[in-house]
Write a protein that binds this ligand. Structure first.
Ligand SMILES: NC(=O)c1ccc[n+]([C@@H]2O[C@H](COP(=O)([O-])OP(=O)(O)OC[C@H]3O[C@@H](n4cnc5c(N)ncnc54)[C@H](O)[C@@H]3O)[C@@H](O)[C@H]2O)c1
Length: 437
């Protein structure tokens, strides 16, 4: 099939290359000229494991091209996919301006029958609005005879940054929200080669279901963080609790690692969007208010724990490992690590940070006085404490025998409970996890 994907970010680029790998001819469109130039040159615009290799392979095979000019490519497309950002507005509602701008562009330029798929995460009713905008723009452009040949569908994306390529190729499910049986079959064919259950459902179910999935995962994280806080108070170990409850198949162990809370470009905004959707329909979604509140409080509790141990943080040197919102990505949007560094800086601490790939992005948002170290070990030189804020696998591989000799005080605060099983106490470290003993 010929596929045009608009929006070449974490979702649009990964899925564009994924569809190319499935054998489709894909055009990726973005309004960001620098990003498209980079991609055209064969360079990945962000860090994602396996992305540069797949990009090269698909470019060499001639199955993917990049452009900023939607008008020049749209008329060869069987499927047009919208994958632009849907960030939160300051009041927590979803900013759909990019989605609607793209819908207008599609309508202005489309001269044939097509299926328009929204992959972006959008509130209930958005796809119908997209259809309305596309049809209106087509009518204005004098193509009223074609408006009934346009179908919309919601096919939300469930990939996670850091494992995005494998998530695309091996998802837990493919949700197809559509009214039209012909379009449903076409979308199923688009995914031929991916072995995963298909959930063909209404557009509205698909739209809301994406928010529900993220809100539920965020709820699990806040839930276990509250248990971790109680565990600290009563002197038990949250990781032991998870080890036992996780064996209950009704509960499972995924997303039950206590720590400094969730971040990223999806969970915070999607939790808040679902709350807004509920509110706009007259329902007070109390549980989600608590999920957000617990998540924000978790960062402050972590900082307070450091203060309890070290006293006033003014002038203290703190090594920070990890700035991205989780391991495997350079994405720092809503990163708990960035927030915690800012809180420490505001208390007068001298922060020396290291992240394998997110330092360039972090430098743009953190205060100038934050120091960045060339290696993880360098960051610990003369430190009063080491803070682990992102679960980068390489942090587990560090030579802690070397780290202990660099630090002023061999003190570790592990905000991800990521090193809990490494027996760091045996090496002379004082180790604090979140809810661990
Ligand atoms: N990042 C994730 O892990 C993830 C996972 C699942 C779903 N989602 C959802 O997918 C959507 C995209 O997320 P993302 O993280 O890929 O966003 P992103 O910010 O990485 O990328 C969005 C891209 O859209 C482009 N764009 C914006 N307006 C445009 C326009 N009018 N014309 C052309 N291009 C335009 C931007 O330049 C940018 O490159 C969001 O709705 C998000 O909630 C994200």
């Amino acid at each position: 099939m010929n596929l045009v994907i608009i929006g070449t970010g974490y979702v649009g680029l990964v899925s564009g290359l994924g569809y190319a790998r499935l054998g489709h001819r894909v055009v990726c469109v973005d309004r960001d000229v620098a990003k498209i130039a980079k991609l055209d040159f064969g360079e990945a615009p962000f860090f994602e494991p396996g992305l540069p290799e797949l990009l090269r392979e698909m470019q060499e095979a001639g199955r993917v091209v990049f452009t900023t000019d939607l008008a020049s490519v749209i008329n060869g497309a069987d499927v047009i996919m919208i994958a632009v950002g849907t960030p939160a507005k300051p009041n927590g509602t979803v900013d759909l301006s990019a989605v609607f701008d793209v819908a207008e562009e599609i309508g202005k330029n489309l001269e044939h029958e097509a299926v328009v798929i929204t992959k972006s995460t959008v509130p209930v009713g958005t796809n119908r609005k997209v259809l309305e905008i596309v049809r209106k723009a087509m009518t204005v452009a004098g193509r009223v005879d074609l408006v009934d040949l346009i179908t919309v569908a919601s096919v939300p994306e469930f990939l996670a940054e850091g494992t995005a390529l494998q998530d695309f190729m091996k998802p837990s499910r493919i949700v197809i929200g559509v009214d039209d049986a012909v379009a449903a079959t076409l979308i199923e064919r688009l995914h031929d080669g991916i072995s995963a259950p298909r959930v063909v459902t209404s557009i509205e179910n698909a739209e809301l279901g994406k928010y529900v999935a993220n809100a539920f995962l965020a709820t699990k994280i806040s839930f276990i963080n509250e248990i971790a806080n109680i565990a600290d108070l009563v002197g038990v170990d949250v990781t032991e609790i998870v080890r036992s409850i996780g064996l209950d198949p009704r509960i499972g162990s995924h997303f039950l690692r206590a720590g400094v809370g969730y971040g990223g470009s999806c969970f915070p905004k999607d939790v808040s969007a679902l709350q807004q959707i509920a509110g706009q329909n007259g329902y007070n979604f109390k549980l989600l208010s608590a999920v957000t509140e617990v998540n924000n409080r978790q960062r402050e509790i972590f900082v307070q724990r450091i203060e309890e141990r070290l006293g006033n943080l003014k002038g203290r040197t703190l090594a920070v490992w990890g700035l991205s919102y989780k391991g495997g990505t350079d994405d720092i949007r809503e990163s708990a690590a960035i927030d915690i560094v800012q809180r420490l800086f505001a208390r007068g601490a001298e922060v020396v940070a290291y992240d394998p790939v997110a330092m360039v992005a972090a430098q743009k948002v953190l205060p100038e006085n934050i120091e960045f170290a060339p290696t993880a070990v360098d960051a610990t030189e003369g430190a009063d404490a080491l803070l682990v804020l992102t679960d980068w696998p390489e942090f587990r591989e560090m030579s802690f025998e070397t780290v202990v000799t660099h630090m002023l005080t061999p003190l570790i605060f592990d905000g991800r409970n990521f090193l809990a099983d490494l027996h760091l106490k045996d090496l002379g470290f004082e180790y604090y996890g979140v809810g661990t003993r």
